[in-house]
Design a protein around this ligand. Structure first.
Ligand code: PEP
Length: 255
């Protein structure tokens, strides 16, 4: 791994502006200075909290990400927000293809094919989520699902930009369930995702960050992040409390 691990908190649909302000204050008390951090840190939040987070966190080198965007720059898409709009607010990244959006908002691989390059074109790093259902894992179809998602979702990203995408392997059966992939399961799936990127570009495979997500907590973070191919974590529920999020960041092993 060339870059530091990346620990990103996904607030899901949590975080009024008042909660965001209080969160920033507490997180900044707990985080070491950026040059002493063993991990890069980010917070992925609803649109309405983004400007608060950018103002409070960016100068302390905490990255701020949105949780969705629309692939077009502007137009007749009521209720949507585009990549240039997010860039204007100053966000660094955007979560794309989260399983909750795939499940509840009909997010398709076809749409992701356009959303991922739209983020990159606006200077925003996509955090692309992929992962299998419980049924797929039990049927031995994890690799097939991951291959399909990686091929489809990254199809329109040039090889030179592949390493600018952060990929989060999030087995759906482990999200918000309290079930965590074992470190060995996380390692195996993430090595497979890296190899899929390597089918396009060996250089990108060496540089791309592939995170694990699914019920990461302070108690299990260290062992998962210590796996050779795991470049960090996307943390949902346990990131809503800044103390528990900071403990996960502290759990990142020494390089
Ligand atoms: C997530 O929302 O991306 C996630 C991994 O959630 P949790 O950590 O709660 O399983």
């Amino acid at each position: 791994m060339i870059r530091k691990p990346f620990i990103a908190g996904n607030w899901k649909m949590w975080g009024t502006r008042a909660q965001a302000l209080a969160y920033c204050e507490r997180l900044l008390e707990l985080l070491p200075d950026p040059n002493r951090r063993r991990a890069d840190v980010g917070v992925c939040a609803p649109f309405t909290a983004l400007d608060v987070l950018v103002e409070r966190l960016r100068e302390r080198e905490v990255r701020v990400a949105a949780q969705n965007l629309h692939q077009e720059e502007n137009g007749a898409f009521t209720g949507e927000v585009s990549a240039p709009m997010l860039a204007e607010v100053g966000v660094d990244g955007v979560v794309l293809g989260h399983s909750e959006r795939r499940q509840y908002n009909c997010e398709t691989d076809r749409a992701l094919q356009e959303k991922v390059p739209a983020a990159l074109a606006a200077g925003i790093d996509p955090i692309l989520c992929v992962g299998e259902t419980e049924e797929e894992r039990e049927a031995g179809e994890t690799d097939r699902r991951l291959r399909h998602q990686i091929r489809e979702d990254l199809e329109r990203v040039e090889d030179e930009r592949l390493a600018d995408v952060v990929i989060a392997y999030e087995p759906i059966w482990a999200i918000g369930t309290g079930l965590t992939a074992t470190p060995a399961q996380a390692q195996e799936a993430i090595a497979f995702v890296r190899a899929l990127v390597g089918d396009r570009s060996e250089e990108a495979a060496a540089r791309v960050r592939v995170l694990y997500g699914g019920s990461v907590k302070p108690e299990n973070a260290a062992e998962i992040i210590a796996q050779p191919d795991v470049d960090g974590a996307l943390v949902g529920g346990a990131s809503l409390d800044p103390d528990s999020f900071a403990r996960i960041i502290e759990a990142v092993p020494e390089p």
